[in-house]
Design a protein around this ligand. Structure first.
Ligand code: C2E
Ligand code: CA
Ligand code: CA
Ligand code: CA
Length: 275
């Protein structure tokens, strides 16, 4: 901002002004989107390399705005987190994913992304347990995907909530492993069921031996700690062969399937089991 010499008022540079306006407009639309039923979930399968079967689906949020079109979660989740709107949105995601999964075969799981901000909200555990009981979903069929940022909570309340939830049978996955604030210590501080290896290491060029060494190291760490390891972002048969040889237990990515609508899940499972 600069001060206008004539009036003494602060005026924002026009670029800044536009950014602030755009954010406000996005926030307003985001607040309305839940009530207007503009959110939807799509589901991407996770595939077990040993049994060659789909074991579950990750729920991914989509915002179909009548004015903005389809907005990527990467473009609205950061603002939803800053404003706290992620709490009601996250509750909707949990309830919807549990309700959808309750209609799937009993051995198929659903994974839900939980933001670190949701852990700061006192009601998270209650919300998760009520989503399960309202949908009649077996807790063992729900996986919570969290990133390392959750573990940064100094008072350890997030860890307590996670421990309590895992005690009911819910599984917990460490998402985007290898990026951000990665620390091997986090793997020791909580008994994760799964480690999800970030796509950047999986898709990093075959020629880059560094990426491959990291995938191998994480897979062997998972094996030794009794945790499954999912390679994310597997797009080609070559990626799949490489991560399988490197010891990953599961894959997720466009090669198996892009995220699909809830209506497509039954057909997808039927086609896969006929293969
Ligand atoms: P994520 O949790 O790491 O989810 C995986 C992302 O990778 C998804 O992007 C998925 O569509 C994409 N993906 C999967 N396979 C491939 C592949 O083979 N190639 C490529 N290029 N991409 C692949 P999406 O759906 O755009 O979600 C982006 C991020 O937004 C997610 O990353 C997650 O951090 C966040 N997100 C999505 N849904 C939710 C939600 O319900 N709650 C919260 N808190 N965050 C969410
Ligand atoms: Ca995820
Ligand atoms: Ca991820
Ligand atoms: Ca991510």
């Amino acid at each position: 901002a600069r001060q206008d010499r004539a009036t003494g008022y602060c005026v924002f540079e026009s670029g800044m002004d536009e950014t602030v306006k755009a954010r406000r407009a996005l926030e307003t639309d985001l607040r309305r989107a839940l009530a207007l039923r503009e959110f939807a979930l799509v589901y991407q399968p996770q595939f077990d390399l040993q049994t060659r079967r789909v074991t579950g689906f990750e729920a991914l949020l989509r915002w179909n705005s009548p004015t903005r079109g389809t907005v990527s979660p990467l473009d609205f989740i950061p603002l939803a987190e800053e404003t706290g709107i992620i709490n009601p949105i996250g509750e909707w995601v949990l309830r919807t994913a549990c309700r959808d999964a309750a209609n799937w075969p009993a051995d198929i799981t659903v994974a839900v992304n939980i933001s670190a901000v949701q852990f700061a909200h006192r009601t998270l555990a209650t919300t998760v347990l009520s989503a399960l009981s309202d949908s009649d979903l077996d807790p063992r069929r729900l996986e919570l995907e969290i990133t390392e940022s959750v573990m940064l909570d100094a008072r350890g309340t997030a860890l307590g909530v996670l421990q309590r939830l895992r005690g009911t049978g819910i599984r917990v996955s460490l998402d985007d492993f290898g990026t951000g604030y990665s620390s091997l210590g986090y793997l020791r501080s909580f008994p994760f069921d799964k480690i999800k290896i970030d796509q950047s290491f999986v898709r990093g060029t075959a020629e880059d031996p560094g990426n491959r060494a990291i995938v191998r190291a994480i897979a062997s760490l998972g094996q030794n700690l009794g945790m499954a390891t999912v390679a994310e972002g597997v797009e080609t048969a070559e990626h799949l062969e490489r991560v399988a040889a490197d010891g990953c237990t599961h894959v997720q990515g466009y090669l198996i399937s892009r995220p699909i609508s809830p209506e497509q899940v039954d057909g997808f499972l039927a086609a896969k089991s006929a293969e």
